[in-house]
Design a protein around this ligand. Structure first.
Ligand code: NAP
Length: 302
């Protein structure tokens, strides 16, 4: 049997103590951001603008939004942050998103989720035109993904695909298990992995899946998108498989992923750290999507 170690392009890449290739999201984010900056500068730096909408004072959300603006600056993009108090009300949030939707100087709109309790998030998202939907979350964007039409795809699922590409993980004909079926991560990621050109054979696991170990242990690629600390152990992983951790659990010891990294790195052929894996890639792909959005709107040369 071919192990994932044989399939990987490992030039200069770091390995874990157990010998797995470390799929470093910070490093790949920096590569993508530098490439975006080059691309924008090469055509005379036309304005490319990301707008974020932050409602309330949730500390992690504030941190995520701040990081997005820092990285947008590094990519040579403009960015705007609309901040509203938690009690702004549905009408005011809709008004802000509606104005950004109609503003031709704004190319991408991201409404930081979750909105505080009491807001109708679906209604807010429905105001974002598909060509500005850099989070890929609207029904139109999801519909395009299902139908295989060009469009903007969710940043976290796209970030996972970029990690697999960058680290040379073979996907065609390979067995992938995605644990989690949310519209934010698991479902769009499963669709992307099964897409023509990526061609994985995909299994979607969820909270009702019987015997998760049995489902995972023949997979070449295992992706955890659950949010349950250390759900995925060495017993779930075939030797040499690629393991990607999307889940985030906040514990007293800090941020912990779905993957028991210390145990799994000794078995896997490639593995993402948590933090430092999929999180930075989500931001990189948000910026990649913002440039794609500017192109879709005819504001940037194709
Ligand atoms: P979600 O909507 O809560 O979905 C979680 C999924 O996990 C559900 O499909 C659920 O199954 C499944 N699940 C729950 N317990 C399970 C178990 N014991 N075994 C197997 N499956 C189980 O969460 P989400 O929005 O997709 O986010 C998932 C995680 O990723 C969260 O920790 C979130 O914070 C993190 N996240 C990370 C990034 C990043 O950039 N790294 C970005 C977005 C989200 P059911 O459908 O049956 O309920």
């Amino acid at each position: 049997m071919t192990s994932m170690n044989d399939l990987l392009i490992s030039g200069g890449d770091e390995r874990t103590p157990g010998g797995a290739i470390l799929m470093d999201g910070n490093r790949l984010r920096d590569e993508i951001v530098a490439k975006l900056a080059q691309t924008i500068a090469a055509v005379g730096s036309p304005p490319v603008c990301l707008a974020t909408v932050l409602v309330g004072d949730d500390a992690p959300s504030q941190r995520y939004v701040r990081n997005k603006h820092v990285q947008a600056g590094k990519a040579g993009m403009q960015s705007r942050n609309e901040i509203l108090p938690a009690d702004a009300g549905q009408a005011q949030v809709e008004d802000v998103v509606g104005r950004l939707a109609n503003d031709p100087s704004v190319h991408g709109i991201l409404v930081q989720s979750p909105l505080p309790n009491g807001y109708d998030e679906e209604k807010v998202l429905s105001l974002i035109p598909a060509d500005k939907d850099v989070d890929g979350l609207t029904s139109q964007s999801m519909g395009r993904l299902v139908r295989g039409l060009p469009g903007l795809v969710g940043c976290t699922p796209l970030g996972v695909i970029r990690l697999l590409e960058r680290y040379g993980v073979a996907t065609s004909g390979q067995r992938a298990v995605v644990i989690g079926r949310s519209t934010l991560v698991g479902l769009p990621l499963s669709l992307l992995l099964a897409r023509k050109g990526i061609d994985a054979t995909v299994t979607i696991a969820h909270s009702r899946t019987a015997d998760l170990v049995d489902v995972c242990r023949n997979a070449d690629i295992v992706i955890g998108a659950v949010g349950q600390a250390h759900l995925i152990t060495a017993a779930h992983i075939k030797p040499g498989a690629a393991v990607i951790d999307v889940g985030i659990s906040r514990t007293e010891a800090g941020i912990v992923g779905d993957v028991d990294f210390d145990a799994v790195q000794a078995v896997a052929g490639a593995i993402t750290p948590m933090p430092g894996g999929t999180g930075p890639m989500t931001i990189a792909c948000l910026l990649e999507n913002t440039l794609s959005a500017a192109r879709l709107q005819g504001s940037f040369p194709v």
